[in-house]
Design a protein around this ligand. Sequence first.
Ligand SMILES: [Zn+2]
Length: 211
Amino acid sequence: MQNAESSGENLYSPIRIPKSAIGRTLEPSTPWTLLFIMARKQLTYCGYCGTPYERRDLEGRTRLYCPACHEVRYENPVPAAIALVLNEQRQLLLGKRKNDPQRGHWCLPGGFIELGESMEQAALRELKEETGLEGTIVSFVDCFYQESRFYGSLIIFGYLIDITAGEMQADDDLEEVRFFALDELPALAFESHQKLVEQLKEKLRSEKSTP
Ligand SMILES: [Zn+2]
């Protein structure tokens, strides 16, 4: 599968990452994970008082620590919600990305969860923003951890959604939206999306075989 954030060579990262490593789904604590994390922009100053952070070994990890106000900066994965939408012909809704990462590649609609929002609300909101379609949650599909060179550590929640209203039109991060037959999908921009689609297919197969 040609995936990888291959269009991402114009980034600001000070460390060159081999193309073969880019875009892979990575287990936490592998050397690649560390390389990705090191390659991203780093927080430099305490958000409370502006003092330069120090790196200290705390609770078994190296963490950012403010020597002036003694705040530890805890860094966590960013959660994202993804919409898996099937039409009556059981075709899957995909969008073509307008921006990097992976501009021009197809992906599932979705985006980051905002404060005060549930994963389900975020999936429905992102679907509406990017495709114009409104829906209801049918079921949770799966969730995955992924390192992104753009966004750092992500946790991605996938939901199967039924469309209830709206006019389909690409918007926000997408330049085109259309349905694809499940056995004729293009290579997806992100491995986490690919894995969600595999899980969805598995779910549909098991539903079919259950009387
Ligand atoms: Zn401080």
